[in-house]
Write a protein that binds this ligand. Sequence first.
Ligand SMILES: Nc1ncnc2c1ncn2[C@@H]1O[C@H](COP(=O)(O)OP(=O)(O)OP(=O)(O)O)[C@@H](O)[C@H]1O
Length: 658
Amino acid sequence: MNYMRDNYTSAKNDVPILIDYGASTIKAGYATSQTPDVVIRSYINKFKDSNTQSNQIAQWDTDVFKNYRSPFEKNLIQHSGALEQLNDFVFERLQAGKHGRVNHPIILTECFATTDLARMIVLEQMFECYQVPNVMLGVDALFSVFQDDLEAYLKQTQLIVHLGDQTVHVVPIVNGQVIYSNIKRLNLGGLNSLKYFYQTIQLRHPHLKFTYPQIDYWHKQYTSVAIDYQLQLRYFQGPQQYYGYRDQISEQNRFHDDQLQFLDPIYIDIPIVQKIVSAEDLKRKDENRQRMKVRLQESIQQSRINKKSQLEQQLVALQQELEADLNNEELKKKITTLQVKLGLAPKEALDELKYNLLNVPDDKLTPSQLNQKRYQKVMYEQALMKKQKNQEFKQLQKDANKFKLEEPEKYLQMLYEKRDRIVLQIQERKKLQQEMNSRNSRFNQKRIQTLAYLGADDKAEDDFGKDDKDWEIYRSVTKEIDSADEKSKYKLQELEQELKDLDPDFEIKILKSIANIHQLGMNLSQVPLSVDRVRCQEIYFQPSLIGVEQQGLVDMIKLSSKGLDKLLLQNIILTGGGAKTQGIMQRLQKDLISEYDCPIAIKIATDPVFGTWLGMKNFANKHSNMLSQFSISIDDYNEIGTQKWEIFKQHPFSNIVD
Ligand SMILES: Nc1ncnc2c1ncn2[C@@H]1O[C@H](COP(=O)(O)OP(=O)(O)OP(=O)(O)O)[C@@H](O)[C@H]1O
């Protein structure tokens, strides 16, 4: 493996390596470093245009939502291959390997209630691939609140709200004891909010292609949790709606009115950049095309020569066979076919052979020959029709070329009209496909009934469609639509290429026509953000907005602290990158105050993103003597394996419950 560098000095051998496995970013570094030495996205992205793999975020476009591969699913490690690639990268960057092993104690994070499978994947990789001496596993949310004194930590009463990339954990700790039974997990996080934000704006602006960094920046910069969601929505609608609604709601809500800082709509300008291709580029492209053309012609020529010599050899062999069997009609036919192919005989010679019975009178033919004659007649007529069609097509092409040269504007107009027709066909087929995909649609019911009618032997009893197999027949029918769609798309591609070649304004015209449909003449290059600024962050409080059937954050906190010391509510601490979401603390404060009579105090961790790594660092430096006690050693692993629970160590940061 390339991370094993021999020139690495062993000075850091005993220094623990701390790895915070985050679902969005992996933060890793030596315990002696101030901040993590390596911070990488936890995704592997395979680019379409090259075979290189990378997770360089600057190169990502928003396809990353579809094309990435991550070791994590809902915060749990599931894909060992992807994890190994990322681990390789981390150790290489840290220059941690020597002679095939990483000789450092490792501290790793996991999430609450992680699965045995996830743990097994990590431990097996650490011990089998890197042969690390020992591994300590700790929960990210717990490390994120650890300062430097373990004794003080074990006395604290606090409610941790860890807002991660794909999950939120609410963890009550009373007198240093984690109350495992009251931990709550909300299955959404920053990534869901980001995706929701992206999807809503992309839907409104289909003519623009947003990049991942763009979306991420706007999401962080311009979105916020609304302190009062309903009021904020009315505010976006305009003063009339806002005041009308405010007058309807209670005095208590009005009390917050002056504390509310409303967000205003903003407009982001995105100039539509027209691709400017330099003359040099054009020349180079042209040269390349010419070179390709010559190469192609040469290879076609070569394959023609090969084929010809093959056919000639076959002809000689057949002629030799014929000399021994002069009356063999089959051989004669084959020889004539080959001669026509080689240009040694006219095409008509083949027709004479193929349709040899056509000119023979019926009374001179046997019954089986009569049958053959009928068959030959049909084939002959078909061949004639085909020939005629080919001639017509050639004529049409000639006319089109003439039309193109004589009346270029009309020709262009014709191409545009043709394009519109194909686009319409594709859209209609897409609509049809959508209707067909829904089993409950009226269209589909009707279609399946027709199929049932066609398929049933006994039409009186009709239960077609009840069995899943029936739907397979149905799906095979839908494939026809797919192939028609493919053809139309191919045609469209060809047509658009021709339009691009002929009309320099093609792209602008097309953009305008799309925008007219979707935007009703609004500024093409402007993205207005209003409701989007709060809706994507509202998912923490109303998960149903994105279809997650769970209670919101406030209810999670209520459930988690239920029956426990009320002091918890005076020491709520927000950790994880999501804690940086604007307005989240104020919203929680407002909602919790209206739920409880007791004082509520919420604070955001000093460093929400790197807090976990810094907590690990504090522990590794201040309590290094406990490290081996809390760790699983390679000897334990070799002796016990990962299948038995004894291997896992219980400690103040562990996931292990008695
Ligand atoms: N300034 C910000 N505003 C809003 N969200 C933010 C901000 N900074 C980071 N985030 C969000 O925080 C999340 C990342 O947080 P963090 O680094 O704690 O997660 P992680 O450690 O990768 O994941 P997890 O803790 O769930 O395993 C991302 O989803 C990101 O969108």
